[in-house]
Design a protein around this ligand. Structure first.
Ligand code: GLU
Length: 506
């Protein structure tokens, strides 16, 4: 596939070097937004030529996290496609003829310099304040000639011969005309027979018919080398879009070593929704749309983002990674989910935290649905559900009363609980309705009985009246709405819990 097809073809090309970086999702999102808008294709290619940094399970994590984010590809190592294989380590035979051709055409040469010699050379260059770069000791020499000189290794690498008139500027879809520094004689084939990124990326993008290369701004300085390779191979270069790097508030790069939030799996573990993370990553480099009143529309779906996407609107200045903003967006997206959807997304966290078993019963699921409805507006992260849901699934006698909840109980708590118990005894919970699935034990009936007894009867302020009941039922100071919680728990459980706290107070 050498001619550019009519529909654009874009790709993301992560290296499987450990837990996938959030940058991989960010790049995929922008690539995919454009590909989908244009009716083009999006390809996943695994760039695993750096064998020293290769991690076995990393590729699967890339698949899983990108699928989790809904950033799905049309061609890739797992789904195949017309340009297979999509793993660079399986394409070594593909690169070989390209290297031979570059050598034969005089655009590349063998280099036998040992790592020690290269290190010494660099040290001298730095000390004497000369520009650093390969000094071309091997250029124009046969193996025999070179072997006479010091710092020789028997297995050579292949380097590009960067011409004096190398073009150092190029057009970028986001940045306009961009200049890059003069490149060194880049190694394109390593001693282990693997191509370097620079050769492999150009050969693969060319062979896979990639029309737009969208990648991080750290690759701007490599682009002149890539453009040269396209020219030497007689191939048309793609269009370039260099995305701004994600940064911390102090402008440092987001790195997996320093930021837990650089790892894509971290967002899954912490209870972020994929919709919210996509939304957040888009906003990092893209301005929100405006509504009819000129207000920013910061909450949007991938489909909305893709529909109006325009490279010229991408902000080239490194965006600050503000997790507070993500948390806010997450809460907004949580509130937009259908209750059943939210409940099923809570399940893995509730299982992980021991609130529910791996395969809950229908009764447990029905209860979870009812509780989810109560807590949907009270969460920014899915992980926060555990504390809110747990009281509904523990046995009454195992409910822990949190120390802070107990501490804020007033002296009259026992009296309030006794009055509450008496009032609730009178609320009928016997089965009613055609299927016997309804009863008089409803939130409004519970509220009415409790208000009559505590607010009107004892003359208490509602906050003071209901605090002890809330603590008895949930064990917490803050909990889902009280009367609805009591309805879900049912009368026997509610009464047992009120009695239990009252007795514990002595
Ligand atoms: N393998 C490179 C990376 O992980 C891809 C760069 C590119 O998209 O060209 O950064």
């Amino acid at each position: 596939m050498t001619e550019h097809p009519a529909a654009p073809r874009l790709r993301v090309a992560p290296s499987p070097t450990g837990d996938p970086h959030v940058g991989t999702a960010y790049m995929s999102l922008f690539n995919l937004a454009f590909a989908r808008q244009q009716g083009g294709q999006f390809i996943l290619r695994i760039e695993d030529t750096d064998r020293a940094r290769f991690r076995e399970d990393s590729e699967k994590q890339v698949f899983d996290t990108l699928h989790w984010l809904g950033l799905d590809w049309d061609e890739g190592p797992d789904v195949g496609g017309p340009c297979a294989p999509y793993r660079q380590s399986e394409r070594l035979e593909t690169y070989k003829p390209y290297v031979e051709r570059l050598l034969a055409d005089g655009h590349a040469y063998h280099c036998w310099c040992s790592t020690e010699r290269l290190a010494q050379m660099r040290e001298v260059q730095q000390k004497t304040k000369q520009p650093t770069g390969y000094d071309r000791l091997c250029y124009g020499k046969t193996r025999e000639e070179r072997a006479q000189l010091p710092g020789f290794t028997p297995t050579p690498v292949v380097r590009m011969l960067i011409p004096d008139d190398v073009e150092l500027t190029f057009e970028d879809l986001i940045r306009g005309r961009v200049s890059a520094p003069r490149p060194d004689d880049q190694v394109i084939l390593k001693a282990d027979g693997f191509p370097t990124y620079h050769l492999a990326v150009v050969v693969d993008d060319h062979e896979m018919g990639i029309t737009h290369v969208v990648r991080g701004e750290e690759w701007i300085s490599s682009t002149p080398k890539h453009i040269l390779l396209y020219r030497w191979l007689g191939a048309e270069p793609p269009k370039w879009a260099h995305m701004p790097l994600l940064r911390n508030a102090d402008r440092s790069k987001i790195s997996k070593r320093k930021n837990p939030a650089a790892r894509l799996t971290w967002f899954q573990e912490e209870g972020y929704l994929p919709e919210a993370l996509d939304n957040f990553l888009a906003l990092l480099a893209y301005p929100p749309a405006q509504d009819a009143d000129g207000n920013d529309v910061e909450v949007f779906t991938f489909a909305e983002f893709s529909r109006d996407f325009d490279w010229r609107k991408v902000n080239p200045v490194g965006p600050i990674f503000d997790l507070k903003k993500l948390e806010w967006l997450n809460g907004v997206h949580i509130r937009e989910l259908a209750v059943d959807d939210l409940a099923s997304r809570l399940l893995p966290f509730l299982e992980r935290d021991g609130v529910l078993p791996g395969s809950p019963s229908l009764g447990e699921l029905a209860r979870l649905r009812a509780v989810t409805e109560l807590i949907q507006t009270r969460m920014a992260l899915l992980t926060e559900a555990t504390a809110l849901v747990r009281p509904f699934f523990v046995a009454d006698e195992e409910l822990d009363i949190a120390a802070d909840a107990r501490a804020q109980l007033k002296d009259d708590a026992g009296e309030v609980l006794t009055a509450g118990l008496a009032a609730l005894e009178g609320v009928d919970d016997s089965p009613r309705g055609l299927l016997g699935s309804e009863s008089g034990w409803t939130a409004p009936a519970i509220e009415e009985a409790l208000r009559a007894a505590l607010v009107e009867g004892l003359g208490l302020k509602p906050r003071l009246a209901f605090g002890p009941l809330r603590t008895a039922v949930s064990g917490q100071r803050v909990s889902p709405p009280l009367f609805e919680s009591m309805e879900i728990l049912g009368k026997p459980s509610t009464l047992t819990r009120l009695r239990r706290l009252r007795d514990a107070l002595g």
